[in-house]
Design a protein around this ligand. Structure first.
Ligand code: 16G
Ligand code: MG
Length: 545
C-alpha cells in the first residue's frame, strides 16, 4: 500500500512486542499502567500520531507521562491540533491499535486509515514531550520509532510539563499566532503577561511576594527553576520536593494534598504562609496554609475558580460589553462553592462528567469559560470574539474601562488556552492576590467548604454502575439511587453520588454534609449500599474512623 512500508512496520513492531493477554484502554488520561508494560503502546501511539497528523494535516503531540501516579507507572496521551485532548473517535482507534495482536497490527492500521479517511500520501509531523520518570526517555524513543517507521517527521522537546506540550502543539498549528513554539517562547509569553498584569499591584515590603511550591519531585521543579530568571519582577519562589531526594508523587504533590487533606512531606511551612503543590506533570495545582492555631486549610480547584471568576466578573462589568461568563465544575465540586458562585457571585454554573475534556468542551460555549475540577485541574478559555473585543477596547477606550480591558488582555495571555496548567494558573492566582491585596486567609474566607469524604469500593465489575445527570445520579444497578436518596435524607446539607473510576478498577463514593462526622458516616453508608447492590468483593467497607 502506498504510504506504508508494511514490511518495515512488521519488523519494528516485533521489536516492541505486546505482552500476551494485556488489554488496555485509552481512558480519560490516555493509557496508563506499569511502565514495563508500555513499550508496545508507545511504538503504536507513534504510528497512530502519524495517521492523525496526516488526517488533520496538522502537527500532533505525544506526551509520555503518568501524571500523579507512582514513579513506576507511566502513560501516554495524544494531543490534537488545537492543543486539545484527542477526539473520542480516535480514542477508540487508539484502544484498537494498542490491543491488536502482533500479526494484526498492519490490518488495524489499514482499517483505521480507511475508517478515518486518512490520505497516506500526506506528510506527518509529531512533537513529543516527556516527564521526569526514569522510564520516560526510553519510552519516548519507542514513540519515535513508531513515527519514523511510518515516515513521519518529529521534534522531540525532551522534558516538558504536559501543558507545555499542549502549548507547543497549539502554537505550531496557529502559525505562531498563539506564541513561539519553544520553551523560551512559553516562558516569555507568560512572564511578560505576568509583569504587565502586576504592574499596578501595590508592592509589599521588599517588593517581592513569596510563595512556597511543592513540586511533587517532578517536572515542575525543573521548569519552575528554568522560569525563575524570566520572573524578575514581583514574585519569589521557594521550591520544595525538587526530585533530588524523594520519589515522584510520594507523600507529596497536588493529588496527595487534595486526597489526604494534609501538607506534603518535605515542605517547611510557617503559619499563614501561602503554599501550593503541583502534581507530577504540572497540570494541577492546589494551595494551602496553616492558620495561627496550627489548623491546615486546603484551597482546592473550586476555591481557585471562585477567586478567578470573581476577579473576571468585576473586570467584565468594568468594560460593560455583555460578554457572558460561565463556570464549569464536576459533581465533586464542593456544594458551598457552587452556592457561592451562583448566589453571591451571580455567575451561571454548569456541571459536566469528570475528566478535563468534558469541562474544556463545555467552557468553549462561553465568551469567558472558567473551568476547574476540585482536584486543581483547570483554566479559563476566551472565545475569539471576546478576545478581539477586549483587544479593541484596550486600544480604543479610556480610563477605567481601558485599564480593565488591558488587564483582561494580559489575563488571556497568562492563561494556557490549550490545557489546565499549574505554572500559568499559579501566576494568575499570584497576580490576582497581589492586585486585590488579598492574603491567603482572606481568599480562603470567600466561603467555607462543606465537610466531605471520598471512599473507594471494590466490586467485581465496576461497569454495572451507570450514571446520568453528569454522574450525579446512578441509573444502574436497580435500587442503588433510591438507597442513596434515602441515606442522604438522614443528614443536613447533604449530597452523595457514586461513579465507576476512569483510572482505577474501583467505584468512587463522594459524600458531603454539615459536619465531618455526618459526611463520614454518609460516605460509609453509601459504600455499603454499593457493596451490596453492585457486587462488592473482599471485605465489607469499614467505617471511616
Ligand atoms: C484523570 C483526568 C482528571 C480526572 C481524573 C479522574 C485528565 C487530563 N485527567 O486524571 O481530569 O479528574 O482522571 O479520575 O482528563 P477517576 O476517574 O479515577 O476518578
Ligand atoms: Mg497531571
Amino acid at each position: 500500500m502506498v504510504g506504508m512500508d508494511l514490511e518495515a512496520i512488521t519488523k519494528h513492531s516485533a521489536l516492541h512486542a505486546k505482552p500476551n493477554g494485556l488489554i488496555l484502554q485509552y481512558g480519560t488520561a490516555g493509557f496508563r499502567t506499569k511502565a514495563v508494560h508500555l513499550d508496545h503502546v508507545m511504538f503504536r501511539m507513534g504510528l497512530l500520531a502519524v495517521l492523525r497528523s496526516k488526517q488533520t494535516q496538522s502537527t500532533i503531540g505525544v506526551m509520555v507521562t503518568a501524571s500523579h501516579n507512582p514513579e513506576e507507572d507511566n502513560g501516554v496521551k495524544l494531543v490534537d491540533p488545537l492543543g486539545e485532548m484527542l477526539a473520542p473517535s480516535w480514542e477508540e482507534h487508539a484502544t484498537c491499535l494498542a490491543n491488536a495482536e502482533e500479526q494484526d497490527v498492519q490490518s488495524v492500521l489499514l482499517d483505521i486509515s480507511k475508517k478515518a479517511a486518512v490520505d497516506l500520501q500526506r506528510d506527518a509531523y509529531v512533537v513529543i514531550g516527556r516527564d521526569t520518570r526514569p522510564s520516560s526517555e526510553k519510552l519516548a524513543h519507542s514513540v519515535i520509532d513508531g513515527i519514523t517507521v511510518l515516515g513521519g517527521q518529529f521534534h522531540d522537546y525532551g522534558l516538558l510539563t504536559t501543558p507545555q506540550l499542549h502549548y507547543m502543539v497549539y502554537c505550531r498549528n496557529t502559525s505562531g499566532q498563539y506564541g513561539k513554539a519553544t520553551i523560551d517562547g512559553y516562558y516569555q509569553k507568560l512572564s511578560a503577561a505576568f509583569a504587565e498584569l502586576t504592574k499596578q499591584a501595590p508592592r509589599s515590603g521588599d517588593g517581592f511576594r513569596s510563595l512556597k511550591v511543592d513540586c511533587a519531585n517532578g517536572i515542575g521543579a525543573l521548569k519552575l527553576g528554568e522560569m525563575e530568571r524570566y520572573l524578575s519582577q514581583g514574585l519569589s519562589l521557594q521550591l520544595f520536593n525538587v526530585g533530588t531526594e524523594g520519589r515522584l508523587n510520594h507523600l507529596c504533590g497536588a493529588d496527595f494534598v487534595k486526597s489526604y487533606q494534609k501538607p506534603p512531606q518535605g515542605m517547611e511551612m510557617k503559619s499563614n504562609e501561602r503554599c501550593c503543590s503541583f502534581d507530577g506533570d504540572a497540570d494541577r495545582i492546589v494551595y494551602y496554609y496553616y492558620d495561627a492555631d496550627g489548623h491546615f486549610h486546603l484551597i482546592d480547584g473550586d476555591k481557585i475558580a471562585a477567586l478567578i471568576s470573581s476577579f473576571l466578573k468585576e473586570l467584565l462589568l468594568e468594560i460593560g460589553e455583555n460578554l457572558n461568563i460561565g463556570v464549569v465544575q464536576t459533581a465533586y465540586a464542593n456544594g458551598s462553592s457552587t452556592r457561592f458562585l451562583e448566589e453571591v457571585m451571580k455567575v451561571p454554573v454548569y456541571c459536566t462528567k469528570t475528566g478535563v475534556k468534558h469541562l474544556h468542551h463545555k467552557a468553549q460555549e462561553f465568551d469567558v469559560g472558567v473551568y476547574f475540577e476540585a482536584n486543581g485541574h483547570g483554566t479559563v478559555l476566551f472565545s475569539k470574539a471576546a478576545e478581539m473585543k477586549i483587544k479593541q477596547l484596550a486600544k480604543e477606550s479610556k480610563d477605567e474601562k481601558r485599564k480593565a480591558a488591558k488587564m483582561l488582555e494580559n489575563i488571556i495571555d497568562l492563561f494556557n488556552q490549550a490545557a489546565g496548567d499549574a505554572i500559568s494558573d499559579m501566576l494568575v492566582i499570584e497576580a490576582i492576590l497581589a492586585l486585590k491585596g488579598l492574603t491567603v486567609q482572606q481568599w480562603d474566607a470567600l466561603y467555607t467548604d462543606l465537610p466531605n469524604r471520598q471512599l473507594k469500593v471494590k466490586v467485581a465489575d465496576r461497569q454495572v454502575i451507570s450514571t446520568t445527570d453528569a454522574e450525579r445520579q446512578a441509573v444502574t444497578p436497580p435500587g442503588l439511587q433510591e438507597a442513596i436518596n434515602n441515606l442522604v435524607k438522614k443528614y443536613k446539607l447533604s449530597r452523595a453520588f457514586v461513579r465507576p473510576s476512569g483510572t482505577e478498577d474501583i467505584v468512587r463514593v463522594y459524600a458531603e454534609a454539615d459536619s465531618q462526622e455526618s459526611a463520614d458516616s454518609l460516605a460509609h453508608e453509601v459504600s455499603l449500599a454499593v457493596f451490596q447492590l453492585a457486587g462488592g468483593v473482599g471485605e465489607r467497607p469499614a467505617p471511616c474512623f
